[in-house]
Design a protein around this ligand. Structure first.
Ligand code: COA
Length: 177
């Protein structure tokens, strides 16, 4: 089984290459990327999966606001093509979601496929429109998870950047990827 551990500065280039290979250049046009621009990721929740010395998976989280409430956005998450389908992404999510809960985060959202992310506990945010995005979004793919019972269900409003225009250059995950 892959080793799951916190991302280190020297892991960043490999992690970013995995995301670039998985999502391609079109990723920068996505609404989720707009929310990451100019905002540092949550460093304690950047994790990688390793097999020996090889980095085979990556996950990062960004801080967001949902209306007036702070929350997290999961992603990007990606696994190298030749190691997909072995439970590595699920292990990355289980480890980091438990850590996010331990750190006191209350709720997590993401844009993705419910049949997959449902394995980690994510569900469509309903009723559709209770939580919105600052751009086009397919509500069937806007998924959420409460880390504290009922937390996400009590949130409503537009997802927004958690912090504006802070100096993020040194953070290691400044611009999304
Ligand atoms: C999506 C991704 C992160 C999953 O990582 P992974 O380590 O391969 O996932 P796991 O091994 O935990 O789970 C794999 C299982 O999920 C299924 N699955 C993967 N992507 C899925 C999707 N989008 N919808 C439904 N099921 C999916 C696989 O078919 C596999 O099913 P099985 O266990 O019945 O064989 C990885 O495949 C990846 O990086 N893909 C490229 C990027 C991408 O497409 N991301 C999706 C963003 S929404």
């Amino acid at each position: 089984m892959a080793e799951i551990r916190r991302e280190r500065p020297e892991d960043a280039a490999a992690a970013e290459a995995i995301v670039a290979a998985a999502f391609g250049p079109g990723r920068f046009a996505k609404t989720a990327y707009r929310l990451r621009e100019g905002v540092a990721c949550v460093g304690e929740l950047s994790y990688v999966a390793l097999e020996g010395a090889r980095i085979v998976g990556t996950v990062r989280y960004w801080p967001i606001m949902i209306g007036a409430e702070p929350a997290l956005m999961l992603g990007p998450i990606a696994i190298v093509a030749d190691r997909q389908g072995k439970g590595i992404a699920l292990a990355l999510m289980q480890t980091t979601l438990a850590e996010a809960k331990r750190l006191g985060h209350r709720a997590v959202v993401l844009v993705g496929d419910e049949p997959y992310y449902g394995r980690a506990g994510f569900k469509r945010i309903q009723p559709y429109g209770r939580i919105t995005m600052p751009g086009p979004v397919d509500f069937a793919r806007l998924l959420g998870l409460s880390l504290v019972e009922g937390a996400l269900e009590a949130m409503k409003g537009e997802v927004a950047k958690a912090r504006l225009d802070e100096p993020v250059a040194a953070s290691g995950c400044a611009l999304g990827r």
